[in-house]
Design a protein around this ligand. Structure first.
Ligand SMILES: Cc1cc2nc3c(=O)[nH]c(=O)nc-3n(C[C@H](O)[C@H](O)[C@H](O)COP(=O)(O)O)c2cc1C
Length: 271
């Protein structure tokens, strides 16, 4: 399975078949995680955790006792960097037949943070179960998916713009960037809010966060920036698969913006 196929086939898996994660799969995923860098150059420590040993649980997950979690210093851009690196691990797992679900909220966080030995200067943004998908979803999983309309995404023209925010980009207009942008569209996000918006302008694709109310905590931590990191990851991986080289840039082009939009980062498309 190539990356684009993994992006298209991935879904959150909350019902697992009860089989333990094989030591080989666990090792493969952890080895890969240790190489999963991000364009912000921020290091992340990964661990695979045994839920029974550490008393971990998530009320939405059944049929596996294995989780992966990551921790890092609480520094600027931690959210995007974590989103980027963790999504690489999610896609690697998907390509190897291992199911995952991004979990930021529905877990006994204190127990996870203890198992990860998170210090006061560190943050453990999200965890994911690892295991083999069951043939049928639990009723709770089916209901959850309905609740957040997990199988639907915004239309292409609602997310991507041609030169400025007042001109939607058509699928045809996207040209060779179509697959990379469509990979952004399909990304997972917290409560399926899909906060990413992109303006394609000259040889750059500028990424913006369309903030939903109530997702930034009092200390400034913004969970939707994790979604933005996921979007940046999908774009780069899918572009590479289309034979398109891109380079990362943090340089706000200062375009006129709708009120709720914030600049995040850009990919420069190489000729
Ligand atoms: C940053 C982030 C946090 C999430 N937190 C949770 C969570 O706490 N519990 C949960 O069941 N799903 C969580 N999800 C999964 C989303 O609900 C899911 O990705 C979205 O509904 C789209 O469905 P899909 O992943 O099947 O495509 C989270 C996803 C992201 C990206």
């Amino acid at each position: 399975m190539n990356t684009l196929e993994a992006i298209r086939s991935r879904r959150s898996v909350r019902t697992f078949n009860g089989a333990a994660l094989s030591p080989e799969d666990g090792k493969k995923i952890l080895d890969f995680a240790e190489t999963a860098e991000n364009p912000y150059g921020l290091p992340i420590t990964w661990k695979i955790l045994d839920a029974r040993k550490h008393g971990l649980n998530s009320p939405v997950i059944v049929g596996t006792d294995t989780y992966i979690a990551g921790k890092m210093s609480r520094v600027p851009h931690a959210e995007e960097a974590f989103g980027y690196s963790f999504e690489k691990i999610v896609l690697f797992s998907e390509a190897h037949g291992v199911g995952t679900t991004w979990i930021a909220g529905t877990m006994n966080r204190e127990a996870f943070e203890q198992a990860m030995e998170v210090s006061a200067e560190e943050v453990m943004p999200c965890v994911s179960p690892l295991g083999y998908p069951a043939e049928r979803m639990s009723l709770r999983e089916t209901m959850m998916r309905k609740g957040v309309k997990a199988d639907s995404r915004f239309e292409f023209e609602e997310l991507f713009f041609d030169g400025s925010f007042d001109k939607p980009l058509t699928k045809d207009g996207a040209g060779k960037l179509f697959d990379a942008l469509d990979a952004v569209r399909l990304a997972p996000s917290a409560v399926n809010k899909q906060p990413w918006r992109c303006v394609c302008r000259e040889d750059k694709v500028h990424f913006y966060e369309k903030r939903s109310k109530g997702y930034v905590s009092e200390n400034g931590w913004d969970i939707q920036r994790i979604d933005m990191g996921i979007a940046l990851c999908h774009f780069e991986l899918a572009a590479a698969e289309s034979g398109i080289g891109v380079s990362f840039e943090l340089k706000d082009p200062a375009l006129p913006l709708p009120d709720d939009m914030q600049y995040i980062a850009s990919w420069e498309v190489k000729r």
